[in-house]
Design a protein around this ligand. Structure first.
Ligand code: MV4
Length: 462
């Protein structure tokens, strides 16, 4: 168990941040650095050489070929770029190296500041069994099932499943985000499922360690955002509903989660903050929960800035990225828990360069671009007319975020904003997003994690 949050030794001061990412989040982090009076260094791959967001940085360095493994995932090249440009800190964004404990460690060893949690916290949360154990000892409610690795003994495996009660889910300790898991609905399937998941885990994560949980059949995905500084202050910023997802890719997110009362989630938020203190967490983080029949069950903690952070920024009024960087500088949080509120309702739509029917990625040049604007409308993006969407990376090209007084007003605003968005030259999922916003079930807030895929299977062809 790591030391609790306390006054830590100050980190090396820095005036220049290297942004180890691309696209909308690189642009977003750049703006936050500017607001704090920090200089920026951006890196890119060959495919991103002409990206305009690079113009805003003091240096824009190409560090390798287009495949991410040779550029955005190349730790040595990124550290070299930091050394060459005098950057004192590295912001990993999301994806790529953001949750790689070895990267955070290498940055520490180089005498630079990793803008994120301590490497030890990343490692603990990356091991889903260790994470669960930490949560149980902090009083965070977890899914029923042991907080230990599944043994090899068939009799013990049988007994574990019987004690939990079918259906159960087998998960890889090194997995997460929907990778390396298998549902088992009856005892006859158990041992084959364990063997298959073990082999997959060994191949994909280099660890054959598994654990078993009760399988929840129709939960919602609700997450809690936390922010912790180096001075022992930890706060939570309310909750988001991210149930509208397809193949573990979120499509629409909102804050607050509809129908969740403060009374219901208050103790859970407090337990998350307590867990942060106990594990010595620092920076921003997200606790992922499944919510079913009035109860919350922890599943994973994400130790990075998330794609959907803007909806929480809109309802809390806090600039999460700015706080994250200021915390790395050793500054205390600008607000205490008592000052955190939830104002109105925010919705985010992820605009992807993909076919709206087949979901296949669509690359090419954007020729015409019209983005909506107005009060309560925010767009986080790096694209512009003439921008070439590369086939090498994630298809997210923009996030459209709206904020209004109520959920229904936010839905209306989002519908109008989607209708006012025009992106030509490539295919986008705009028609799909509009159809979701028009859906009655979504309007009533009656969704769970299977809603979207079920809707896709049963809706009339457009
Ligand atoms: C579960 C579950 C049901 N019961 N665990 C998928 C992603 C990973 N974060 C955990 N996941 C799940 N874990 C138990 N005990 C259902 C899922 C799940 C899911 C969770 C959140 C959002 C979308 C999902 C889609 C399918 C399955």
């Amino acid at each position: 168990m790591s030391a609790p949050v306390g006054i830590e030794k100050a980190s090396a001061p820095f005036d220049t941040v290297l942004i180890a990412n691309r696209g909308e989040i690189a642009a977003r982090i750049q703006k936050a650095c500017r607001a704090l009076g920090l200089k920026t260094v951006m890196i890119c791959s060959e495919a991103d050489r002409l990206a305009k967001y690079g113009d805003a940085a003091e240096h824009f360095l190409c560090i390798g070929p287009s495949p991410a493994a040779k550029s955005y995932l190349n730790q040595d090249a990124i550290l070299l770029a930091a050394r060459l440009t005098g950057a004192g800190a590295i912001h990993p964004g999301y994806g790529f190296l953001s949750e790689k404990a070895s990267f955070a460690e290498a940055i520490d060893r180089a005498g630079l500041v990793f803008i994120g949690p301590p490497a030890s916290a990343i490692a603990t949360m990356g091991d889903k069994i260790a994470a669960k154990r930490a949560m149980i000892s902090a009083g965070v409610p977890c899914v029923p099932g042991p907080d230990t690795a599944l043994p090899d003994d068939r009799g013990l495996i049988d007994r574990t499943a019987r004690e939990i009660g079918y259906p159960v889910i087998i998960k890889a300790a090194g997995g997460g985000g929907g990778r390396g898991m298998r549902v088992v609905s009856e005892p006859q399937q158990l041992h084959e499922a364990v063997a298959l998941t073990r082999e997959e885990a060994r191949q994909a994560f280099g660890s054959a360690e598994l654990y078993m949980e009760k399988f929840l059949q129709h939960p919602r995905h609700i997450e809690i955002q936390v922010v912790c500084d180096r001075h022992g202050n930890a706060i939570w910023l309310g909750h988001r509903d991210c149930s509208m997802q397809r193949r573990h890719q979120k499509v629409v997110e909102e804050a607050p989660a509809p129908g969740i009362t403060a009374k219901l989630i208050g103790p859970v938020g407090q337990a998350c903050v307590e867990a942060c203190r106990q594990i010595g967490y620092r920076g921003v983080g997200t606790f992922e929960f499944l919510y079913e029949d009035g109860r919350f069950y922890f599943i994973e903690m994400n130790t990075r800035l998330q794609v959907e952070h803007p909806v929480t920024e809109m309802t809390s009024g806090l600039d999460i990225v700015r706080e994250q960087i200021a915390i790395a500088q050793g500054m205390p949080l600008t607000l205490g828990q008592a000052e955190i509120g939830c104002e109105g309702h925010a919705i985010e739509c992820r605009i992807n360069a993909e076919d709206p029917e087949t979901f296949l990625p669509s690359a090419g040049v954007i020729d015409e671009l019209n983005l909506p604007e107005g009060p309560g409308i925010r767009i986080d993006t790096h694209i512009h007319a003439g921008y070439r969407v590369s086939p090498y990376y994630d298809s997210l090209i923009a996030k459209l975020i709206v904020h209004a007084e109520t959920r229904s007003a936010a839905i209306v605003k989002m519908r109008d904003a989607l209708a006012a968005t025009r992106i030509s030259g490539i295919s986008t999922n705009l028609p799909f997003l509009s159809a979701i916003l028009d859906d009655d079930g979504f309007g009533r807030g009656e969704t769970d994690i299977h809603y979207l895929e079920h809707w896709l299977k049963t809706r009339r062809p457009a």
